[in-house]
Design a protein around this ligand. Structure first.
Ligand SMILES: [Fe+2]
Ligand SMILES: [Fe+2]
Length: 195
């Protein structure tokens, strides 16, 4: 058999990596995100995230969705499935990088972005939801750990910082954390949920 290595190997590698670390969004994961995050997904603030490039080739919005799917997978894998934990995790993930939107106008360089965007994301979370949950705030503030303190105090923060690293790595490897179809379906279901 003739193998067309040049054309097949890259996509084969990506599909293997996606299978191991991937964020395929099955029905259970989708239902959890819709249940706890449809209000955020339907907000004008969230829609803006798809207009800003992030990690070279993806958008802030697609990165955020990848983080959220990975975090929910961690919760399911480790039986962290009570409503409060899932709600905190989904909210933290969906809001963790909202403060980075408009980065070119807000920050002078990558260092400033690293330092300030968690704090700005926490402000967006408060404005968007009207909530100030201590665990959600802690998770958003600490999501850049270990690149930047503080260290997470609660499990939600550890789940977010782990999921953020996995999803960011996939962004950089140009393996879409969620497919276009998965993203569109999720956003459509969120709109229906909010009607
Ligand atoms: Fe971030
Ligand atoms: Fe992130």
């Amino acid at each position: 058999m003739i193998r067309q290595e040049g054309s097949l190997r890259p996509s084969y590698k990506k599909s293997v990596i996606r299978r191991i670390f991937g964020n395929e969004m099955d029905q259970e994961i989708r239902d959890i995100i819709i249940k706890h995050g449809s209000n955020i997904l339907c907000s004008d603030t969230f829609k803006e995230t798809f207009d800003q490039t992030h990690h070279y080739k993806t958008t802030v919005g697609d990165h955020i969705l990848g983080v959220t799917v990975e975090a929910v997978k961690v919760c399911l894998r480790h039986n962290q499935t009570d409503d409060q934990t899932l709600g905190n995790v989904v909210t933290s993930c969906l809001c963790h990088d909202l403060g980075i939107v408009g980065r070119d106008e807000k920050y002078n360089n990558n260092f400033e972005t690293l330092i300030w965007h968690p704090k700005d994301s926490a402000e967006v979370y408060k404005e968007l939801t009207g909530e100030e949950d201590e665990r959600v705030l802690d998770a958003i503030h600490s999501h850049m750990f270990p690149l930047k303190p503080p260290m997470p105090k609660h499990r939600e923060g550890w789940i977010l910082t782990w999921a953020d690293k996995i999803s960011a790595s996939m962004d950089i490897l140009q393996i879409p954390p969620v497919t276009v179809e998965e993203r569109e379906e999720l956003l459509e279901l969120a709109e229906k949920e909010q009607e």
